[in-house]
Design a protein around this ligand. Structure first.
Ligand code: SF4
Ligand code: SF4
Length: 225
């Protein structure tokens, strides 16, 4: 996926949760994104606010949101009612950009015109601009009722700015005896036959059912994103 496509996925969600580290605590905020270009995704705050100072100090950020954040319901049997949609998250690094640099980039980037407007009206914004210039993301598209396709989950992982990411899901090792138990129990249709059997990463929910059921412990846990 391009940075533009990632940006549009986040923008369709709108209001996002953004976190960074402060000492030995994780701090979160609500935030909108402010544009993009081939170098990354722009965000801004005010330099005097704790979040701006934390970002400057750590250079680290996470973002997440969901396209449909309705309250989770359930039917009379307790089965969750989860309307289709997607969740999106990003782990990234931020670079601070000074006022002159934002003004210079705004000359060729329409999306940064609001940043210039804000700097002109709120002086503290002049030192509150950042770009997420390296990041890895996970888009978790869910259709648990299988209304639009024949499997529940379609995941996309990727990165920009040279950051590396891990594939989704556990790994089936050569210890596999091809009994088929994992495939039978995977309600996400995320395992296929073979020698050894294998996980289809984009369909995997990381639910762990296959690991719990494998009679020979042939399945290794997934890595983090
Ligand atoms: S349950 Fe374990 S041994 Fe059986 S097919 Fe799956 S990975 Fe292989
Ligand atoms: S972790 Fe869950 S979704 Fe993924 S392959 Fe195993 S059983 Fe299927």
């Amino acid at each position: 996926m391009t940075i533009k496509e990632i940006y549009e996925k986040f923008e369709a969600v709108g209001v996002l949760t953004a976190s960074t580290v402060c000492g030995n605590e994780v701090h979160s905020r609500i935030m909108h994104l402010n544009g993009y270009d081939e170098k990354g995704i722009y965000i801004r705050t005010m330099w005097n606010k704790p979040y701006g100072r934390q970002l400057k100090e750590t250079g680290k950020i996470t973002l997440c949101g969901a396209s449909d954040a309705r309250i989770l319901g359930h039917n009379e049997d307790g089965v969750p009612d989860f309307p289709g949609g997607y969740a999106i998250r990003l782990i990234g690094e931020v670079q601070y950009l000074d006022e002159d640099e934002i003004r210079r980039r705004a000359k060729t980037n329409e999306g940064l015109k609001t940043a210039v407007y804000d700097m002109d009206h709120y002086p503290a914004m002049k030192k509150g601009n950042f770009i997420i210039n390296r990041g890895k993301f996970d888009i978790f598209d869910y259709d648990f009722e299988c209304i639009n396709r024949d499997h529940k989950v379609l995941r996309t992982r990727g990165s920009f700015g040279g950051m590396e990411y891990n594939k989704v899901g556990p790994t089936i090792t050569d210890k596999c005896i091809k009994c088929g138990v994992c495939m039978k129990n995977c309600t996400f249709k995320a395992i296929k036959e073979g020698s050894p059997y294998s996980v289809i990463p984009e369909r995997c929910d990381d639910c762990g059912t296959c690991i719990e059921n494998c009679p020979v412990d042939a399945i290794e846990l997934s890595k983090s994103m």
